[in-house]
Ligand binder design. Structure first.
Ligand SMILES: [Zn+2]
Length: 582
């Protein structure tokens, strides 16, 4: 007798094949039949009128710390995700000696906006080497399966100590050999691959550049050689090539990426997003990637299927008035008292006046965008309509009404007792619409990536993009073409899974792992993110639920029903690649 039969659903099987009516039979952790299932299962789920898809596979998360204390792995697990990859962008917590724990916490706090106090209290540190970290993860059950890349920053400082934290310091030959040995040992133990960062945006808590920013070809290619020799693992990285205005710099960075891919002879993917000041750079990059692929290299881009959205608010990391002295006077008050204080007309007048003066002194960049670009600030509604329209921005509202945009933004932040969040599309919105995202994600070598789930706890909540991609691109888009549901499901199941070598999942077919979502597609929606304080030490993070997931099944066990966890924790650590079903 089957353990579970999902009856009468519309199966979108993850391969890109069109939806078709079918029952899905599950026995143990595997799918055992898809089609007309005669026998009654021990448990049955009625999926009449619902989609049945593979569980989603998010290959760009930063849950490295959270998974050591949190079995739930929300928000991702609330959005149909059943497998995650961590250690992205070269940051993580292993390998690590005792004397570098504090530094690594500062790195993750800076780069990924994960509260250091939460990490300090939550991390168990029952590891030193990367294999020991994997063993620590393997001891803990979760709602999802997880794999981890070896983070270059941790590897570098593990071997080089404090010197390794300085990106301008080259490792000695001995140090480089030791880094190679650690990487080889990690791959042998089941690391998913290797990850590194070459972006100025990534800084430690104290503002220092990430240790790997300018890692030399000598260093990188030595590590690439380890991947080649081991014959395992993938590489993930981010480079500033996506945002530079300098063609020569972009080319030089792409040369490094190409050399790494050639030397490692392993799949490689890197982040591409569209910055406001270099809106056509992604085309330049995509052309180079096309040439690399024509030369036989397995290089892909990771593109977010929506803008990277920074959330502004009174109770999160950023709002446009933070740097005003009069705001600072009340900045540490509890939210309720702060809202009352900010409603005072005289204080409001002073803050807006200081803002106007100081805004002119801000250099071009992220801070200025988040402080003054009213035309890309949006009020978050319920459900969130992620297909933004420049006409709805608070700046556009101000232009229509002749009001002061700063004043509108100020007053909006006070709505809902100070809990109102504003959404700023920081990347992928240079032309005020989704046409470029459409083009980027439609590329045959682009993959959905960059939810950054588990990171940017007080600033970004893009873990929900598995949900919003179906909603926006599959159902609701009004300002341009939509994409077929089967393509969207494929893009976040079989396609992402295959890239990291997990060939046993991402498909609803006999023999595959029984990771399945049962989705009420008409009801699918994202309510706005909100602040919760459930991290260790009462740490704050943004949380976002989903509507429309009727059930999520992980390895044959129901983990979520109508958005609520069942308490079951069938998820495990994945060591390396997984073969396809025989
Ligand atoms: Zn990242």
């Amino acid at each position: 007798m089957a353990d579970l039969v999902i009856r009468n659903g519309t199966v979108v099987d993850g391969t890109g094949a069109p939806p078709r009516p079918a029952d899905v039979e599950i026995t143990g952790d595997r799918i055992t039949a898809v089609g007309e299932v005669d026998g009654v299962g021990r448990r049955e789920i009625d999926a009449e009128g619902l989609l049945v898809t593979p569980g989603f596979v998010d290959i760009h998360t930063h849950f490295d710390g959270q998974v050591t204390w949190d079995p739930l792995v929300a928000p991702s697990s609330l959005h149909g995700v059943t497998s995650i990859a961590m250690g992205n962008c070269g940051v993580g917590f292993a390998p690590a000696r005792t004397d570098s724990h504090e530094w690594l916490i500062g790195l993750l706090e800076g780069v990924e906006d994960i509260p250091g106090t939460a990490l300090a209290e939550g991390l168990t540190w029952d590891w030193e080497t990367f294999p020991e970290y994997l063993d620590a993860l393997a001891r803990k059950p979760h709602t999802v399966d997880m794999g981890a890349h070896v983070p270059h920053s941790a590897l570098r400082t593990y071997v080089m100590g404090e010197r390794g934290a300085d990106h301008t310091v080259e490792p000695t030959d001995d140090e480089l050999a030791a880094m190679g040995r650690s990487l080889a040992e990690a791959l042998e133990a089941g690391a998913l691959g290797f990850a590194t960062s070459r972006t100025e945006v990534h800084r430690t808590r104290d503002g220092a550049n990430i240790p790997t920013l300018t890692a030399s070809e000598r260093e990188l290619l030595t590590l690439a050689e380890v991947l080649r020799t081991s014959g395992r693992g993938v590489t993930q990285l981010i480079s500033d090539c996506y945002q530079t205005v300098d063609d020569a710099f972009a080319d030089a960075e792409l040369d490094v990426i190409e050399a790494f891919a050639r030397t490692s002879a392993r799949p490689l993917s890197f982040t591409v997003q569209q910055a406001y000041h270099s809106p056509e750079r992604w085309r330049f990059i995509f052309e180079r990637v096309e040439r690399m692929r024509a030369a036989g290299l397995d290089v892909k881009t990771q593109v977010a299927p929506r803008p990277i959205g920074v959330l502004l608010g009174l109770d999160v990391t950023a709002n446009p008035f933070l740097f005003c002295a009069t705001y600072d006077e009340v900045a540490t008050l509890p939210t309720g008292e702060r809202v009352a204080a900010l409603r005072d007309p005289e204080r409001r007048r002073r803050i807006l006046e200081e803002h106007e003066r100081l805004a002119k002194t801000l250099p071009e960049g992220l801070l200025r965008t988040l402080s003054t670009d009213w035309h890309v600030m949006f009020r978050l509604s319920d459900p969130v309509d992620y297909e933004l329209d420049a006409d709805w921005s608070l700046g556009a509202e101000a232009a229509r009404t002749g009001a002061d945009p700063a004043g509108i933004v100020y007053d909006t932040l006070l709505e809902d007792d100070g809990n109102r969040l504003l959404y700023v599309p920081l990347f992928n919105f240079a032309h005020g619409n989704f046409d470029d995202i459409h083009e980027m994600i439609s590329s045959p070598f682009a993959m959905f990536g960059l939810s950054d789930a588990g990171a940017h706890c007080g600033a970004i909540c893009d873990a929900s993009f598995t949900t919003s991609s179906l909603v926006v691109w599959g159902r609701d888009r009004k300002r341009g073409p939509r994409l077929p549901v089967e393509w969207l499901v494929h893009a976040q199941t079989q396609r992402t899974a295959a890239h990291v070598g997990w060939l046993d999942r991402g498909v609803v077919a006999p023999g595959y792992l029984a990771d399945v979502n049962v989705i009420d597609f008409d009801a699918l929606a994202c309510p706005p993110p909100h602040v919760v304080r459930d991290l260790p030490a009462g740490g704050r993070r943004l949380m976002q639920e989903a509507r429309g997931y009727r059930a999520t099944v992980k390895s044959g066990t129901v983990t979520f029903e109508d958005g609520s966890p069942t308490g079951e924790l069938p998820g495990t650590l994945l060591r390396g690649a997984r073969p396809a079903p025989a």
